[in-house]
Design a protein around this ligand. Structure first.
Ligand code: IFM
Length: 457
């Protein structure tokens, strides 16, 4: 065993999102979100559950912050529920909704925990969805108004802002695959959504900076580091397409490179875009707005994709991990454990896109192990997963990646979207009946990592 140290000032934290933990879905004037509607539509969530109560964090945030403090957290990434703040999407502000986040931020600062605020983690106001949601440019305008309202309210105390969480999920997973709200299966709608999400990010960046002096602003993407299953030309081309679809479609415009030309050509060929490509969608000035310089890029990483060429049709374009890993190397989400791909993606981002700073804004694993007879949660596999990924991230830093912090997903077990409560990503166990919290072994180990700013490797 050697001790692997992290640089002084490296920020260790944990992350959640509003709909997954808050509950209080009908309280204090909160409007309906697309996840309220979607989760209550039969067949959309595996176990028929929803986020009405979730971890009841809305009422228990003080205790939750106190627990974070006991675990030594230095930073906490959470999201604001847009329909709590603007129940009708735009226009009328709901002061009670904003107050909740003011109280939460104050509690965090009091505990010495740095807040990282995500503005959009998927709970779009339903009224905006009724107007077409992210397929409409007007939703990007509404998002900019919402960003302004939140940044003005919290901007004196919050210094780290993330506009969007995982635009691939907001657009493709939700509009092409239909797995997340609003549940569409329409590739063209998904491409419209992707552009409007990116545009809303670009428009919001200067608005946040204006309202929050000294703000550090970024966006979080989820990456699926891909590789070809074999050296064949066909597999390589399949890999190119998958990487374009998942990673480059978002990265390239954010870093001033326009949408990738090879992907536009693929989408025109497949009929997902009209023959004139993006000409009717992308208006003058859009690409400049999307490429607004940011202070950091957030990286969410869970697993890799090994791609072979037989993955047709397009609508089933899911990662193909053809290497048959032993069951010990899969999490309960059915995701392969592959820490070295975190090193690879961080290094690639640094070498190819050169972001000023990187944060791992999410990384973690779903394992359902619960309390034993003594009430202890021995989640050895999560602990091992985190250790391996921390070490992989450190290797990327040795290669120059400007990684400044790491947020473990998730602080609490919570509502895992279409998988309901069947998946547990938390480093803290939640008993959903009693709302009791129990730090798992991984949380206690993480506390020691944070205290030492080092990992035993
Ligand atoms: O729970 C989600 C989170 O909301 C977004 N990133 C992936 C996590 C695990 O699926």
């Amino acid at each position: 065993m050697t001790t692997v140290h992290f640089p002084k000032g490296f920020l260790w934290g944990t992350a959640t999102s509003s709909y997954q933990i808050e509950g209080a879905a009908q309280e204090d004037g909160r409007g309906e979100s697309i996840w309220d509607r979607f989760s209550k539509t039969p067949g959309k969530v595996e176990d028929g559950t929803n986020g009405d109560v979730a971890c009841d964090h809305y009422h228990r945030y003080r205790d939750d912050v106190a627990l974070m403090k006991r675990l030594g957290m230095q930073a906490y990434r959470f999201s604001v529920a847009w329909p709590r703040v603007l129940p009708t999407g735009r226009g009328r502000v709901n002061p009670a909704g904003l107050d909740f986040y003011k109280r939460l931020v104050d509690a965090l600062l009091e505990a010495g925990i740095e807040p990282f605020v995500t503005l959009y983690h998927w709970d779009l106001p339903q009224v905006l969805q009724d107007e077409g949601g992210w397929t409409q440019r007007s939703t990007a305008e509404a998002f900019t108004e919402y960003a302004d309202v939140v940044a003005r309210a919290l901007g004196d105390r919050v210094k780290n802002w993330i506009t969007h969480n995982e635009p691939w999920c907001t657009s493709l997973l939700s509009h092409e695959k239909g797995i997340h709200a609003p549940g569409l299966k329409d590739f063209r709608a998904a491409l419209l959504a992707s552009h409007h999400v990116l545009l809303s990010h670009g428009w919001a960046v200067p608005v946040i900076r204006a309202a929050s002096p000294g703000a550090q602003v970024g966006i979080t993407l989820n990456f699926s580091p891909a590789e070809a299953a074999s050296p064949s030309a066909a597999d390589y081309d399949a890999f190119r397409h998958y990487d374009g679809y998942f990673n480059r479609w978002f990265l390239d415009p954010l870093y001033g490179r326009h949408y990738p030309a090879d992907m536009v050509a693929d989408y025109v060929r497949a009929g997902h875009l009209p023959p004139e490509g993006l000409a009717t969608l992308v208006r003058p000035g859009d690409l400049e707005a999307i490429a607004a310089p940011c202070d950091f890029l957030g990286v969410n990483y869970y697993n890799r994709a090994v791609i072979r060429s037989d993955r047709v049709p397009e609508s089933e374009n899911l990662p193909r991990t053809v290497h048959l890993a032993p069951p010990s190397e899969w999490t309960e989400m059915g995701w392969e454990v592959h820490a070295d791909s975190l090193r690879r993606i961080l290094t690639r981002l640094h070498l190819v896109y050169a972001p000023a700073r990187l944060y791992v804004t999410e990384n973690g694993a779903s394992f359902s192990v619960g309390p034993d007879a003594e009430g202890r949660v021995r989640d050895d596999r999560r602990l091992a997963y985190l250790r391996e990924h921390f070490l992989a991230a450190r290797k990327a830093m040795e290669a120059g990646a400007p990684l400044a912090g790491y947020f473990v997903w998730s602080f609490l077990d919570n509502f895992e979207w279409d998988r309901g409560y069947s998946q547990r990503f938390g480093i803290v166990w939640v008993d959903y009946k009693t709302q009791q919290r129990i730090p798992k072994d991984s949380a206690l180990w993480y506390r020691d990592v944070i205290a030492a700013n080092a990992v035993e490797g």
